[in-house]
Design a protein around this ligand. Structure first.
Ligand code: CP
Ligand code: NVA
Length: 302
């Protein structure tokens, strides 16, 4: 097989994804014991960020340092990408120097074009359409707290956005039921929804979506690049806030997740995100461990 990329959760097989999550938890234990594990000594990750980031940048950079390698942060402000150098040229040049590239950008198609011209693995670190790295962390977190997610019910409340699309892929790959509750006009992309088949459906009633759910998930109402729509979106999404009432409809042992950054009082009430069912800090930490497993898979697999 040629070079492997990770642009969506469907780039890995179901078995590969499950093995990766097991490895992520092993790597987390190794790190907790401060054991040195340097499978990427002298290897370099190029990180292209055309959007802001806290968790993604720090987790990838820390991962490379702990693995004995190095990460280079590149933004359009201080690279030639911001001055119009074509993505295809950037891909050809960078991939002759570094061992792996991580890209956070707007159009998903741009990440695909980068991958098409890259000699080394390319990781999607968020596009307008998908955020697969976050799903690795979310799933690792679910497995660690509750075991296998297959057959469970997940309620997604809010926007049919990049995170929602990656949840749709996850429902297919991991075999859980996904109920997407969103206002009309903010549905997930019909093609991504259709690909999830019987695993997913769109509802208008957030309480119906949450009924008996094992996991309740939400995300910001205005994603990066949609800042000007913030007010209109806040009005449309108001009924979709994750409140204590929503959580009361879910199972007693239901978990709450949010990829962060969060806006308390908008998409989620403080009582929920700061409450006992919330696992958002484990979820954020697992970005590090699951991405270490991903880097090891892409760069060290025989
Ligand atoms: N969840 C997530 O991707 O966070 P950042 O935008 O801070 O990287
Ligand atoms: N949907 C959000 C996720 C942020 C991690 C965005 O794209 O801004």
């Amino acid at each position: 097989m040629g070079v492997r990329h990770f642009l969506t959760l469907t780039d890995l097989t179901r078995d590969e994804l499950r093995a990766l999550l097991v490895r992520a938890t092993e790597l987390k234990r190794l790190q907790a014991r401060r054991e040195i594990h340097e499978p990427l000594k002298n290897r370099v990750l190029g990180m292209i960020f055309e959007k802001s980031s806290t968790r993604t940048r720090v987790s990838f950079e820390t991962a490379m340092t702990q693995f004995g390698g190095h990460a280079i942060f590149l933004s359009p402000r201080d690279s030639q990408l911001g001055r119009g150098e074509p993505i295809e040229d950037t891909a050809r040049v960078l991939s002759r120097m570094v061992d792996c590239v991580m890209i956070r950008t707007y159009e998903h198609e741009k990440a695909e074009r980068f991958a098409a011209y890259s000699q080394v693995p390319v990781i999607n670190a968020l596009t307008d359409r998908f955020h697969p790295c976050q799903l690795l962390a979310d799933l690792q977190t679910y497995f660690e707290h509750r075991g296998d997610i297959a057959g469970r019910a997940v309620a997604w409340l809010g926007d049919g956005n990049n995170m929602c699309h990656s949840y749709l892929h996850a429902a297919l790959q991991f075999g859980f039921e996904l109920r997407v509750a969103c206002p009309e006009g903010f549905d997930p992309d019909p093609a991504v929804l259709a690909a999830a088949g019987e695993r997913a459906r769109v509802l208008r009633d957030p309480l119906e979506a949450a009924a008996g759910a094992d996991l309740v998930v939400t995300d910001v109402w205005a994603s990066m690049g949609q800042e000007e729509e913030h007010l209109a979106r806040a009005r449309a999404f108001e009924p979709y806030r994750v409140t204590p009432q929503v959580m009361a409809r879910a199972r007693d042992d239901a978990l709450f997740m949010h990829c962060l950054p969060a806006h308390r009082g908008e998409e989620v009430d403080a009582e929920v995100i700061d409450g006992p069912q919330s696992v958002v800090w484990d979820e954020a930490e697992n970005r590090l461990h699951s991405q270490k497993a991903l880097l090891e898979f892409l760069l060290c697999a025989p």
